[in-house]
Write a protein that binds this ligand. Structure first.
Ligand code: ZN
Ligand code: ZN
Length: 346
């Protein structure tokens, strides 16, 4: 075991504070990663405050991890010391169910092992990226291409793959009209990726406050959902709507914006159940769907895609001492567009 520095929430809703945690010895197929940057995802806050149910404390959040390999186990074949790597939302899965076989480890029928707030196969709690080092099986480690800066790459490990996977699955591309609901950490990546895939992109945001950014990042159109005219004007417009918000939406109204056979896909999750009039999907043979992160292979594909197109996330780099303040700002949608912790300051 190795003792490393970390930022942890000692209990639900308690502020995060500096502490130390134990990392397991580097096993046969493990890589030891010196973490350089860790993104702050909205779900870190949901979990640290038990918004999604009972959680494990102390909790070291962080599942947008970018760093450098410093040591590898004897059985490691994909990585060597010095490699630039990333770790996302999961660090293990059963590896033998039909979903794992299909590269859909995120939907492992026995449940994947979360990067934090989970119990690993060794029976110990997992701790995430707000720490100086992590030990991860190489099978759940991905390569960060040279063209991507590590700090701007970190948020791709959750926000990037969470939007890339459904955009690919529902065929966002040339000739397709795609709307992205929400212009936050996930939404801004949805805009960049949908644009790079060749789709015509519309942002549906509460206000026009971030319109200039949205257009700069690749949106063709930008509408405020607080304006009722938006819903009249855009009725029946979209092949695909990607909702990245965790606030509850009026689903019936949003579904009216789809074309026949269009799909409304949720990657954000409100803490409470939502209601729906099923006629909203019956008329127009529409799909209401969800999507969760992406598999390991697809995460690698997404990183390569972003590097090829020359973009990472838009970030605000902070020191570890600013984490609690950053949480409040995320809750107030006051970040453009992802906080990334400079782990050297832990
Ligand atoms: Zn996340
Ligand atoms: Zn599985």
């Amino acid at each position: 075991m190795t003792t490393v520095a970390a930022y942890a929430a000692p209990a639900a809703k308690a502020p995060l504070e500096r502490t130390t945690i134990e990392r397991r010895p580097v096993g046969e197929h493990d890589v030891l990663i010196e973490i350089k940057f860790a993104g702050i995802c909205h779900s870190d806050i949901h979990q640290a405050r038990e918004g999604w149910g009972e959680a494990i404390f102390p909790m070291v959040p962080g599942h947008e991890i970018a760093g450098i390999v410093t040591e590898v186990g004897p059985g490691v074949t994909k990585f060597a010391a010095g490699d630039r790597v990333g770790v996302g939302c999961m660090v293990d899965s059963c590896r033998e169910c039909e979903n794992c076989e299909a590269g859909l480890e995120q939907y492992c029928t026995r449940g994947n092992v979360g990067t934090y707030n989970a119990i690993g196969k060794d029976g110990e709690p997992t701790y995430g990226g707000y720490s100086t080092h992590i030990v991860v099986d190489e099978a759940f480690t991905v390569r960060i291409p040279e063209g991507l800066a590590l700090d701007e790459a970190a948020p791709l490990l959750c926000a990037g793959i969470t939007t890339y996977s459904p955009l690919k699955h529902w065929n966002a591309g040339p000739g397709k009209k795609v709307a992205v609901v929400g212009m936050g950490g996930l939404g801004h990546m949805g805009v960049k990726i949908a644009h790079a895939l060749g789709a015509e992109v519309t942002v549906l945001s509460q206000s026009l406050r971030k319109k200039d950014d949205g257009l700069k990042l690749g949106a063709d159109h930008y509408y405020a959902t607080s304006d009722p005219n938006t819903f009249k004007e855009l009725r029946g417009s979209f092949d695909l709507i990607l909702s990245t918000v965790s606030a509850p939406l009026d689903l019936d109204t949003f579904l009216s914006l789809l074309k026949t056979d269009g799909a409304f896909v949720n990657v954000g999750a409100p803490e409470e159940p939502v209601s729906l009039n099923l006629f909203s999907v019956i008329g127009g043979r529409k799909t209401l769907a969800g999507s969760g992160i992406g598999g390991i292979q697809e995460t690698q594909e997404m990183l390569d895609f972003c590097a090829e197109h020359g973009f990472g996330a838009e970030i605000e780099l902070i020191s570890a001492g600013e984490i609690n303040e950053a949480y409040e700002r995320v809750l107030n949608s006051d970040v453009r567009y992802r906080f990334v912790i400079d782990v050297a300051t832990i």
